[in-house]
Write a protein that binds this ligand. Structure first.
Ligand code: SAH
Ligand code: SF4
Ligand code: F3S
Length: 464
């Protein structure tokens, strides 16, 4: 059910900021926006869509808040530090409103804090969570009319956020959201509250957008969702996630297809079969485990045990081409004993991850784990994080070392400051640095023979 976005009553309707409103004067003519993004790839891509909405409306994007009439922050609330950063940033812009600038907070902190933001930072005029972005044009109309308290905080929605124009930041890789929100209920996680329920996008709409980006020259696409593999096509076609992957790979011009993040419980054999059958599907699966202890996994409400997770890993490892596996881990979850932590360390050995992201548990508002006592002292969390990262460093050093002598296809994505030095990504998402005398390689695919390795990258030479 969609409710219209709300405007906070009382302050409101028709109220124009007495300090002036840059948008009132400039909307559609010379209005400019500055957009800063924190958080995950989904947030990055939401910002690309928000930018598309603003550009279609005649706004121009600028590089500094000083040059902007509209300042927007797309925020992250996954850990406490991320959320705090938003308020310190907003503090820095306190005086900007008096210069007539309009300030808006988008994303997960906006959803979580809601109208509290107006209390803590009264110079903010817009607070909008990601589940309400499809109403953004209406909200902008209200801001442009001078309203000073515009909110979009409804999560009770079945809509996805699609735009006519998306202004993409990455010139080589096109991100596409295929499923929004999350219906899982991991006990530590704010996402189900900040992004609303799971909503899958129609498969024909996804495939149309893939065609569009391919026509624009993108050869790599990355399909996004907090639980991307829980995709459930709402059209009568009822495409399975693995069928969608194959259909995306089939679009002329597409050379690489990535997807993130997969939830282990919904990771089925047909996904591995599709990767085996179609080389355009990248040989990389990001499969967050969070902990190696079944007891902790249960307290986290992750819906699988260590053994069940390892069965998924065995399925991926049995594929007829090597598939890189990466993960996310939380250390110091309430009640995590030394023994539980050691189970996480032994899981690292057992799986042999190619890379991982690791975090200290951070208690978050509204989440079920908030009621469990945050029992592990900060120093102990830091110690466990250090031990885990050191172990993974050793694993990565060893895994990368055996790749010396192999040749990988690399999509060249950047140039280093050192002359003739470039870097790019293999299909398995390894960073490869290499030397080449070529004048221009950005955005091209090259064959690189690996000559050296470190824990976080490979070094190679242009194999001509
Ligand atoms: N949807 C993805 C990941 C979402 S958030 C999944 O299900 O795996 C990205 C990562 O942040 C999570 O995988 C988890 O490792 C970490 N994270 C989420 N909430 C956290 C919290 N409260 N404290 C510490 N890390 C957290
Ligand atoms: Fe958060 Fe769990 Fe949903 Fe991932 S699956 S977004 S960790 S609730
Ligand atoms: Fe952060 Fe929201 Fe993404 S909390 S990690 S920006 S879904």
């Amino acid at each position: 059910m969609n409710k219209p976005f709300d405007i906070e009553l009382g302050q409101l309707t028709g109220q124009t900021s007495s300090l002036g409103n840059a948008l009132t004067a400039l909307a559609g003519q010379h209005a400019t926006f500055f957009l800063e993004t924190f958080g995950c790839q989904m947030n990055d891509h939401d910002s690309e869509k928000v930018a598309g909405v603003l550009l279609s409306r005649g706004y121009r994007q600028v590089e500094t808040p000083e040059a902007a009439s509209l300042i927007l922050y797309n925020t992250c609330s996954i850990r406490e530090k991320a959320a705090q950063k938003v308020f310190s940033r907003l503090g820095e812009y306190r005086e900007k409103q008096s210069e007539g600038k309009v300030i808006g907070v988008l994303g997960c902190v906006a959803q979580q804090e809601g109208e509290e933001i107006f209390k803590r930072a009264p110079w903010v005029s817009l607070v909008c969570g990601s589940a309400s972005y499809s109403k953004l044009p209406e909200m902008l109309t209200r801001l442009e009319a001078g309203n000073h308290r515009v909110t979009g905080l409804d999560t009770d929605t079945d809509e996805t956020f699609e735009t006519e124009v998306t202004r993409r930041d990455n010139p080589w890789r096109a991100y596409l959201t295929i499923i929004e929100g999350c219906d899982k209920a991991c006990s530590y996680c704010v996402v189900p509250y900040t992004r609303g329920p799971e909503r899958s996008r129609a498969s024909d709409s996804i495939l149309r957008e893939v065609q569009q980006v391919a026509e624009l020259g993108y050869s790599e696409v990355q399909l996004l969702g907090q639980t991307v593999n829980s995709y459930a096509d709402p059209t009568p076609r009822r495409m399975r996630f693995s069928e969608l992957l194959l259909a995306v790979a089939d679009v002329p011009g597409i050379r690489r297809v990535r997807f993130t993040t997969s939830h282990p419980s919904d990771f089925t054999r047909d996904i591995v079969d599709a990767i085996e059958a179609e080389p355009k599907l990248c040989d990389h699966v990001h499969l967050p485990v969070q902990s190696g202890s079944s007891k902790v996994l249960q307290a986290m409400q992750r819906t699988y045990s260590r053994e069940e997770y390892l069965e998924k890993i065995a399925m991926i490892r049995a594929a007829n081409r090597p598939i890189a596996i990466t993960t996310d881990i939380i250390v110091g979850f309430p009640g995590e004993t030394e023994g539980d932590f050691e189970e996480t360390l032994s899981l690292l050995d057992e799986v042999g991850y190619d890379s991982l992201f690791s975090f200290k548990y951070s208690p978050r508002p509204n989440t079920p784990s908030l009621a469990m006592k945050d029992t592990i002292p900060e120093e102990e969390k830091s110690r466990r994080l250090g031990v885990l990262q050191e172990k993974q460093r050793e694993i990565q050093t060893a895994r990368n070392a055996v790749l010396v002598g192999e040749t990988f296809e690399v999509l060249v994505s950047g140039k280093s400051r050192r002359e003739n030095q470039w870097f790019g990504y293999s299909t398995s998402h390894r960073v490869i640095n290499f030397a080449s005398q070529a004048k221009e390689l950005l955005g091209t695919y090259v064959q690189i023979r690996v000559t050296g390795s470190g824990p976080n990258n490979l070094v190679g030479e242009h194999a001509v």
